[in-house]
Ligand binder design. Structure first.
Ligand code: CO8
Length: 258
């Protein structure tokens, strides 16, 4: 596959695994990581043989945040004119499912990146936090919004104003995390989950993701109307016919993602 400076991109079947790989900086997110992740997601989105993506880091760190050394000397104009970090919206706009497989530190931009993903599977050693306040700034890649939607105002205020970390147990209780697994099993479980998703009909998976995400962006009435429309639209797919025929004939469905 293609080579990147700061990430590894591997394929197993219909699943792509994207591994953040700046071990000396605990996978801190600098401009090159953004370029690499964006380029990889462009490839994967356009590749019909990819049904789901796993985004992971190392056992020590998913990502310890935006690269503080890169940001340190920037001015307001430096940040504003290039819309520093705006490019990370690429991850949230990705149309296929992405599973964040998080071990170790997911701090600041690292926590925000994990929250842009669709499912968050945490190793038992995972630590989540928005420590930006300790640097004299605030979350800048969605943390004040997505964390609040995920865990509610009380805990979001607690984390964002004090900068403290929460462990995997607390993150699961709070609703940030889909599942906790032993660190040694993290990638296996994330891959199995991704493979399960990738075995479904891709158009239905993409539309399901879009529909769930609508719940965070609109009113209940609008969201329900959106769901109804896209639900009806799936009856235009060959895979709906195949999926229902397979059920009636008591056999496994053979989806062609059409
Ligand atoms: N940026 C740059 N370098 C980092 C970062 C970072 N965020 N985190 C760790 N590193 C580097 C360290 O400087 C160190 O490098 P060196 O060996 O050259 O000194 C190396 O990684 C290893 O780190 P430590 O020696 O500190 O390892 P420890 O095990 O002692 O501590 C911690 C691990 C607790 C994770 C610690 O490194 C830490 O506190 N890191 C910073 C966490 C943080 O504040 N993150 C928030 C950053 S601000 C942010 O994310 C703003 C978001 C806004 C937009 C987001 C866009 C992506």
């Amino acid at each position: 596959g293609p080579e990147f400076e700061t990430i590894l991109l591997e394929r197993t079947g219909r699943v792509a695994v994207l591994t953040l790989n700046r071990p000396k900086a605990l996978n801190a997110l600098n401009s090159q990581v953004l370029l690499d992740v964006s380029a990889a997601l462009d490839l994967l989105e356009n590749d019909e043989s990819v049904g789901a993506v796993v985004l992971t880091g190392s056992e020590r760190a998913f990502a310890a945040g935006a690269d503080i050394k890169e940001m340190q000397s920037k001015s307001y104009m430096d940040m504003f004119l290039v819309d520093h970090f705006g490019g990370w919206d690429r991850v949230a706009a990705f149309r296929k499912p992405i599973i964040a497989a998080v071990a170790g530190y997911a701090l600041g931009g690292g926590c925000e990146l994990a929250m842009m993903c669709d499912l968050l599977i945490a190793a038992d050693n995972a630590k989540f936090g928005q420590p930006e306040i300790k640097l004299g700034i605030i979350p800048g890649m969605g943390g004040s919004q997505r964390l609040t939607k995920a865990v509610g105002k009380a805990k979001a205020m607690d984390l964002i104003l004090t900068g403290r970390n929460m462990d995997a147990e607390e993150a699961e209780r709070a609703g940030l995390v889909s599942r906790i697994v032993p660190a040694a099993d993290l990638l296996t479980v994330a891959l199995e989950t991704a493979q399960t998703i990738a075995s479904m009909s891709l158009p239905s998976v993409m539309i399901a993701k879009e529909s769930v995400n609508r719940a965070f962006e609109t009113t209940l009435g609008e969201g329900l109307r959106f769901e109804r429309r896209v639900f009806h639209s799936l009856f235009a797919t060959e895979d709906q016919k195949e999926g229902m025929a397979a059920f009636v004939e008591k056999r496994a469905a053979d989806f062609h993602n059409r």
